[in-house]
Design a protein around this ligand. Sequence first.
Ligand SMILES: Cc1cc2nc3c(=O)[nH]c(=O)nc-3n(C[C@H](O)[C@H](O)[C@H](O)COP(=O)(O)OP(=O)(O)OC[C@H]3O[C@@H](n4cnc5c(N)ncnc54)[C@H](O)[C@@H]3O)c2cc1C
Ligand SMILES: *[C@@H]1O[C@H](CO)[C@@H](O)[C@H](O)[C@H]1NC(C)=O
Ligand SMILES: *[C@@H]1O[C@H](CO)[C@@H](O)[C@H](O)[C@H]1NC(C)=O
Ligand SMILES: *[C@@H]1O[C@H](CO)[C@@H](O)[C@H](O)[C@H]1NC(C)=O
Length: 639
Amino acid sequence: MYEIILRKYRRVTKNRPFRDNRTIIYYITLCLLSPALAARGSILEAIAGILRDTNQILSGEPPDATVILPEYDFIIIGAGTAGCVLSNRLTEVKDFKVLLIEAGGSEQPYMDIPVLATMLQFTDANWNYHTEPQKGGCRGMRGGRCAWPRGRVVGGSSVLHSMMHTRGNRKDYDRWAANGNPGWDFDSVLKYFKKSENVQIPKLAKNKKYRSTKGEMMLQHPNWRTPLSDAFLQAGVETGGKIIDYNAEKQIGYSIIQFTMNNGSRMSANKAFLHPINGRQNFHVVKNAMVTRILIDPWSKRAYGVEFNKDGTKYSITVRREVILSAGAINSPQLLMISGIGPRDHLTENNITTIVDLPVGYNLQDHWALGGLTFVINTTDSIRSERVATFDNIIEYFSHHTGPLSAPSGTEAIAFFDTKNPDDDDGYPDLELLFVGGSLVSQPTYKEAFSIDNRVYDKVYGPIQNSDTWMVFPMLLLPQSRGRIMLRDKNPYQKPIIHANYFSDGGHDQKVILHGIRKAIELSKTKAFQKYNSRLHDIPLPNCARYKFNSDDYWYCAMRTITNTIYHHCCTNKMGPRDDPEAVVDSRLRVYGIRGLRVVDASIMPHVPAAHTNAPTMMVAEKAADMIKQDWGVPINYR
Ligand SMILES: Cc1cc2nc3c(=O)[nH]c(=O)nc-3n(C[C@H](O)[C@H](O)[C@H](O)COP(=O)(O)OP(=O)(O)OC[C@H]3O[C@@H](n4cnc5c(N)ncnc54)[C@H](O)[C@@H]3O)c2cc1C
Ligand SMILES: *[C@@H]1O[C@H](CO)[C@@H](O)[C@H](O)[C@H]1NC(C)=O
Ligand SMILES: *[C@@H]1O[C@H](CO)[C@@H](O)[C@H](O)[C@H]1NC(C)=O
Ligand SMILES: *[C@@H]1O[C@H](CO)[C@@H](O)[C@H](O)[C@H]1NC(C)=O
């Protein structure tokens, strides 16, 4: 009986995504009959799972405030990675009344399903920015513009991000300190990295010097990944690399990624830091509220409040202590400039009266990679959306949070290299290889998310549309190019101008990426990857066809064509000493020349660390919270 139904079920579904009601009926019958299948989850279990997840997310998040007071001790602008950490730590102090203002709405239950990460970019939880066309990069993107998504939702970019948790190298922070920022050296900030994390990987958690299990942010390896990620690690070992915990002492080596996930679902900054403080009496959140100006008294130069719009009503709320700007690396400089803090010539051009002349918006940095470096294989082991979105997998995810739906966007493993000192196993990585168990062809949304020109895409990837593939992003970690954020005009609803200026540094950046391309090709030739008959996809990009395929010049052209941001925009309100002409904030993150105003987010980083920037941003916010408490005479680690 069971055999007959199973055969029939297989014929009906042909392992394709769920198509019609018959599939459900066969499935229910099967689940009822088969203890084996029930182990992967049953429909009833899955429905219970959906209800539980939905309830947890919707009732866990602090509600939109029904009463807004005329004055608070602190106003935090932006409920992103930094804003969530700060809200949690500052409201530990009962005397601090805190208002958190967020332009986006509540985090929704589907946002926590790891496999959907890229798709969230098509919702209104994305600010949906694009770079200006430039000579140096993004030539194969629509209109010559690269997509720069940013989160507009409670949780900010930590709701859209791919959940990779990397701290960077000791030298990153020692360099921040050496440039005149006391207290930011690695030995001083390590405790803040540890403070937020809760490592769920027992082997790594044992290293108490570097890791912790006491923080709010859960970290785990993915519950599901392709066997190709093991091939990537084996290929690393075959070519002389080591397997490491890159969030411990040394970074050079290979690893399965550590994700900010809890039990197979996304852990946003909202879930980690706001859910636990839902109900604190001294904390209000307003959602769907757009801050349009920071209120600054032009004579005393003190920030005394903020102006925001919510549901068509304009509010002016004042602060007793401080305004804290945590709107992220694009919006924070925009809001400062609109409020009169920025480069005088640029503000004057936009008819804004300058209150303090500071280099706001300069020093923009990012991590970028060659996108689309694809290898075709001869098995069906890679991620393909039609195999992921099956009825079985959906049931399995909602029943147990396991299976392919619990895998974040196909990114599975990572490796770090110091191209300047290749033999130093304690080097300072300037190159990352980010391994994906699929490629642009495995999910139709990738092409859209990266905004790749249709003509380029169809020519190069059309012919392997149905193939199994893997991909590596060879990613630059210590870029020398610098971009800039500028105002389009003084309307806060207008998107700012983003000059990415990729490859504007005179040759360093492209050489590092080339090194990464060569390394990825070397890995593809190892036994580990030849088991899958891995073959470099070699249809040339149409605008690079004048170069010999696989020559250095071909790859330089390719990286300028499919220039892929890894979304680590930062550094636009640089922290530095007073005599640093690029500095906007001091080492306690106070805006120069203004009282009562700090910036706390990825924009204060002096240079981008050799890391994905979410963990470093949490660290910045943890440290800022302690500095704020100290400055107001509250003992730190107050609980
Ligand atoms: C698609 C994507 C993938 C990424 N992948 C990774 C990854 O895998 N690993 C990693 O470490 N990092 C990743 N990052 C980067 C990481 O998410 C960011 O570095 C980090 O979240 C930055 O935190 P933040 O607090 O500076 O800014 P955000 O988290 O962006 O927060 C800013 C908040 O301010 C709000 N805001 C802005 N302007 C206003 C206003 N005027 N009024 C009210 N509110 C406002 C925004 O809506 C937002 O909620 C990714 C980012 C993206 C976009
Ligand atoms: C600035 O103001 C002047 C005079 O009111 C106006 O002509 C000009 O268009 C304004 N410029 C911008 C960028 O708004
Ligand atoms: C993980 O989540 C699943 C489904 O939501 C649940 O059944 C299971 O108990 C959870 N496991 C842990 C360790 O919390
Ligand atoms: C894939 O290629 C490898 C190496 O050529 C070969 O050993 C293996 O049998 C092939 N597998 C399939 C499924 O064709």
